[in-house]
Write a protein of this length. Structure first.
Length: 478
């Protein structure tokens, strides 16, 4: 008896501990939660423009396959408001709020589809990127993400201390990209894209609303209109039927995705294990899944694949579960198709020879271009180094005091002189080169006539060239 009481005590203590950790009733602010959700329902003025801008951003992100841009657009998006409003209104029997939420959700969806369709009509980028294609096939996993995201959103929104969970829910449930993808489907007249993407948005919206409804019921939000038992039961039947109708197609799609993945893995194993034959080389394969007739196309070169080998491949499919003869079969029927041109070996060798020749030419062109660039760079470096050596050489070898005395001794009309290295740009054989000219700047006494100064310049130039053994030296009167 004592042990039984101790066990009961432990169970009660564990319940209290778990309740203290997992309870969501503590800290609930029902009035401000209802007011906040109702405030975010409407799409008017700034909210509508924010939605338009976020749709444009998300469409650009899908267009250029940028995950960061798409996430940024989802953070801006105000789409969560009317979706939470639907769940709240159903949970509190608020028919007026339900009509208002449905109306504003319809407005938001219309704005989003028109905006994204216009963008994809005018954009020059028409490539179907992976981020866009990922929103065309909803599965049961999307239902789970939407439901769990809806739970997180309404639980966080019902707290007195508000958090930033709502933007995270908008990212996780991905409300914006499906609408943009639906707009792409309309713009390109690909209705299967439109239907798949719009169904994904529909799933997300329904199950976020469902999660909101369940939490509102659990937290016992006050009812606005009390229904009689008969109407309440009818109301529950309609909601349940609506959820079942929504979830069944996504379950079928998810099952097909799983089957396709299993088929691809089994087909890859089959090809790796059984499709190799001596004398023949498998150069390509194409695996196509279908719930009725799947195909594995094999492309060979070399020796011809005989009918016996083809029959062997077809028979071995059963071992890998690739036809419906066994209970664990992945598909009802799979066909192996062998593609081989009897004369393709010679053609292949010729193509390889042509390819090798083209590759050699390309390599030679690249080597020539790179070598030419390297030579030009080295020539330029040599010219710069020569100029620097000349400059340093002249500066180091010219004794200015000695030259000053000698010039004034030989040419008594000089008042003062200076020295500088002057760089000149020359064109030699269509090649531009920089040359450094050692230049003496001579200033004569004011009474010297210009003709005498010119003659003196010539004499000084000749003397300096002999003096320094440098024919490049130039003398200028200033």
């Amino acid at each position: 008896m004592k042990k039984k009481n101790e066990l009961q005590y432990l169970v009660i203590a564990a319940r209290r501990f778990l309740r203290s950790i997992l309870s969501i009733t503590d800290g609930t602010d029902i009035d401000s939660t209802i007011a906040g959700i109702k405030r975010d329902i409407s799409f008017r003025g700034p909210t509508a423009w924010i939605l338009i801008f976020s749709i444009f951003i998300a469409s650009i992100g899908l267009n250029v396959n940028s995950t960061a841009v798409i996430i940024g657009a989802m953070l801006i998006s105000p789409l969560m408001g009317p979706i939470l409003g639907i769940g709240l209104s159903i949970g509190t029997n608020d028919f007026e709020t339900l009509i208002r939420s449905l109306k504003n959700l319809g407005i938001a969806v219309s704005i989003a589809l028109i905006t994204s369709t216009l963008y994809f009509l005018v954009t020059p980028l028409n490539i179907e990127q992976s981020e866009l294609l990922a929103r065309t096939k909803p599965t049961i996993l999307d239902v789970m993400v939407a439901l769990l995201g809806g739970f997180a959103g309404i639980v966080a929104g019902s707290r007195k201390e508000k958090t930033n969970v709502i933007p995270g829910v908008a990212i996780a449930t991905a409300l914006m990209p499906p609408l943009c993808t639906a707009g792409y489907g309309l713009a390109t007249f690909k209705m299967h894209y439109f239907l798949g993407a719009f169904y994904l948005f529909f799933i997300n919206s329904v199950f976020i609303s469902l999660a909101t409804f369940l939490v509102v019921k659990y937290l016992k939000f006050p009812l606005v209109n009390y229904l009689n038992p008969l109407k309440a039961k009818r109301y529950q039947i309609i909601v349940t039927a609506f959820i079942i109708v929504t979830i069944i197609p996504s379950g079928i799609i998810f099952y097909n995705v799983i089957q396709e993945t299993r088929f691809s893995i089994a087909a890859e194993n089959f090809v790796n294990d059984k499709a190799s034959f001596s004398g023949s080389e498998l150069i390509n394969k194409k695996i196509t899944y279908s719930d009725t007739l799947s195909t594995i196309d094999l492309y060979y070169i070399g020796e011809e694949i005989s009918e016996e080998k083809e029959m062997f491949l077809q028979d071995m499919l059963t071992t890998y579960g690739l036809n419906g003869k066994k209970t664990f079969a992945i598909t009802k029927k799979t066909r192996v198709r062998v593609h081989q041109n009897k004369n393709n070996e010679a053609d292949f060798e010729q193509r390889m020879t042509d390819m090798n020749n083209d590759l050699r030419l390309k390599i030679l062109e690249d080597i020539y271009t790179k070598n030419e660039q390297i030579i030009n760079d080295k020539e330029l470096k040599i010219q710069l180094l020569e100029a620097e050596i000349m400059r340093l050489s002249v500066q180091d070898t010219i004794p200015f005091k000695q030259i000053n005395s000698e010039l004034k001794f030989h040419f008594d009309n000089i008042e003062k002189f200076a020295f500088a290295n002057i760089r000149q740009l020359k064109v030699i054989n269509d090649t531009m080169r920089i040359d450094t000219i050692p230049t003496f700047l001579v200033n004569y006494k004011s009474e010297i006539r210009p003709q005498i100064a010119a003659d003196e310049n010539q004499k000084i130039n000749e003397w300096l060239r002999i003096r320094f053994n440098n024919p490049k030296i130039s003398v200028i009167n200033y």
